[in-house]
Design a protein around this ligand. Structure first.
Ligand code: F6R
Length: 624
């Protein structure tokens, strides 16, 4: 949430910062800004309320010469409304110290009071601005005769003042700081909010997310909590918060920057919907056969003995990833393993009740979601082992979990999650299959069938994607509706929730996902004549009952779109159908969600909504 970018070294400072901000806009986009130190050691600061395009116009109208270092930020408001004054970077009273920050400074009011009493003048409502003034105060307390000192001699002073500033902060932060008097060094620090250093030749980068600089370098160092970096053009030094130098190894990122481009699609979301067959294929590749075999076990670091020993599985996640958890619960229960699923933000008290025989499975596309990380920490404190399912190599979740199972979906840029969800589902089918095989609840023949059925999924997804135009027409017919209801049962109940979430996120209209059998216990009262009800009713044990619930909705005037297969179509009476290829009931969620994503996309398109950057949202939610 919020994006940070920083650059030092060459002549392309503003270009790199603006390009980085554009790539980070999915993390927050209500305001943005950059600050660079020009050739004469003065700060050039530009901020706008709004998007990076507006900032770019402003910067292009008044280009800055000789800038060799700078930082940028794109914001998702927490403290203070989205406005130019509250946009980052923030400065101290002298206007020489600039700070960009992600996270929340929990003790900012206390710090601000002291700084105000000391005569500091604040220009914004943000928690971030206290950091700039605090740093100014620390620089003063080190009695810097700045004017009389050469800028390279100021580096140790700047570093020590920054270290002392960081020591006073409580909460979560990723920070990048520039001081105009000492322009050959950017300082950065991380606590509970991601920050990564990019290593170039004669130039270096810092950002909240590798996508900001992937175009320029793939060699990176992910900072850990409690670490700082002094980033200079010729190298980077790493320290702990006590100021002790530490050594850090770099890793090479496999993602390509073109993977984060639209490739001819109107929106990232549509591109990512179309990448879902590949996403499932990539997640399954080389890990499926034989189920219960050693390859995946080694990768996750979970032995057959350990899988046998767990008495239960507890899933935690947020949003779309939570819906994947609900599917996971059904899969594990199908194989006779006790399983439960909770929103990470509601998990706190339950974590204390975990017993050591429970494996906690935390699912997160970004691996940086604050609620999920907090739930993981609580689970670990209670003595439970944690397995992370994530798409993001090097993310905080991967470093805190005991075991990791990667989805291999490539970068997901659209704020509304689509292909990451499919990757999470594929990983869950893998995991459940391996658990079942290890525990003897999936014999050799059944394991082969299970694997074969899973391997068919990418092809079936392609068949559904080929129906995009017809699904778009159905969406068009309902694009003026102000309410949508999604119903289903059993393994597709989470898909009803996901269908409703997609509409809410990108079209801003009210949508409910409900368990079809629960409707008659109250919510059926909301149905009015012509209300669109999308019912997922594929063949299987839930079919007859779901078809009955569809009748109940129709009897109250609902206009039903049924997501069916050729066989179940005969049982479900609806005014419109989306007909899916047939697969076994257990595997249907990986298919049934696709038409609902396409439906949501085309409703939002008809409403002319900003599909890749829906209002009020951010891709990576790093606050609790
Ligand atoms: C919905 C969506 C969010 C995320 C949620 C968790 O389309 O994207 O609901 O699923 O914020 O994010 P991750 O998976 O990164 O932990």
């Amino acid at each position: 949430m919020c994006g940070i970018t920083g650059y030092i070294g060459g002549d392309k400072t503003t270009e790199v910062l603006l390009d980085g901000l554009r790539r980070l806009e999915y993390r927050g986009y209500d305001s943005c800004g950059i600050a660079v130190v020009d050739g004469k050691n003065s700060l050039y600061l530009k901020r706008v309320s709004g998007r990076v395009d507006a900032l770019d116009k402003l910067v292009s109208a008044e280009p800055v010469k000789g800038a060799k270092a700078g930082v940028g930020h794109t914001r998702w408001a927490t403290h203070g409304a989205p406005s130019e004054d509250n946009a980052h970077p923030h400065t101290d009273c002298s206007g020489e110290v600039v700070v960009v920050h992600n996270g929340i400074i929990e003790n900012y009011l206390e710090l601000k009071e002291k700084l105000l009493a000391g005569g500091h003048k604040f220009k914004s409502e943000t928690d971030t601005e206290v950091i700039a003034h605090l740093l100014e105060e620390k620089l003063k307390s080190l009695h810097v005769q700045a004017a009389a000192m050469r800028s390279d001699m100021l580096e140790p002073v700047f570093f020590e003042a920054f270290r002392r500033t960081v020591a006073d902060l409580k909460g979560s932060f990723a920070l990048a700081v520039v001081w105009a008097r000492c322009p050959a060094m950017i300082l950065a620090a991380r606590l509970h909010s991601p920050l990564v250093v990019g290593l170039g030749q004669g130039e270096n980068y810092v950002a909240s997310d590798v996508s900001a600089f992937l175009k320029y370098t793939k060699r990176v160092v992910f900072l850990n909590d409690g670490e700082m970096a002094a980033v200079r053009r010729d190298g980077v030094d790493y320290y702990n918060f006590a100021g002790k130098k530490i050594s850090r190894d770099s890793v090479v990122i496999q993602w390509d920057s073109t993977m984060a481009e639209k490739g001819g699609y109107k929106h990232f979301m549509l591109k990512e919907i179309h990448e879902q067959a590949e996403a499932v294929e990539n997640t399954l590749r080389g890990r499926l056969l034989p189920l219960g075999g050693p390859a995946l076990e080694q990768e996750m670091g979970l032995t057959t003995a350990a899988m046998k020993a767990f008495s239960a599985v507890q899933f935690v996640a947020c949003g779309t990833a939570y819906h994947a958890c609900l599917v996971g619960r059904v899969l594990f229960e199908n194989f006779g393993v006790h399983a439960s699923a909770d929103w990470a933000s509601e998990f706190t008290d339950r974590a204390r009740l975990l017993d050591k025989g429970t494996l906690v499975v935390a699912i997160s596309q970004s691996g940086e979601t604050a609620d999920t990380l907090f739930a993981v920490r609580e689970a670990k404190a209670a003595g439970a082992k944690v397995l992370a399912i994530t798409n993001t190599v090097g993310s905080t979740l991967t470093r805190e979990a005991d075991h990791v199972l990667y989805t291999h979906c490539g970068p997901e840029i659209g704020v509304a999650s689509t292909k990451a969800f499919l990757g999470q589902l594929a990983a869950l089918y893998l995991l459940a299959g391996h658990f079942a095989a290890a525990r003897g609840s999936l014999g050799k023949t059944d394991a082969r069938r299970y694997a074969e059925e899973l391997l068919k999924v990418p092809r079936l997804i392609e068949e559904i994607l080929a129906q995009e135009k017809e699904i778009a027409r159905v969406a068009q017919a309902f694009s003026h509706s102000e309410h949508f209801l999604f119903i289903s049962r059993h393994v597709n109940y989470p898909i009803a929730l996901e269908g409703a979430l997609k509409i809410k996120e990108i079209s801003y209209v009210h949508a409910e996902g409900y368990a079809a059998g629960e409707m008659k216990h109250g919510p059926i009262a909301i149905i009015y004549k012509g209300m669109p009800v999308l019912a997922v009713a594929t063949s299987g044990r839930a079919l007859e009952l779901t078809a009955g619930n569809v009748e109940e909705a129709k009897a109250r005037g609902a206009d039903v779109v049924a997501i069916v297969d050729q066989d179940s179509k005969k049982t479900v009476k609806a005014s419109r159908y989306v007909v899916l290829p047939r697969t076994e009931e257990l595997f249907t969620p990986m298919l049934t969600v696709i038409p609902l994503q396409i439906f949501a996309y085309y409703v939002a398109l008809a409403k002319k909504c900003d599909i890749d950057k829906p209002r009020n949202l951010a891709k990576s939610v790093t606050v609790r």
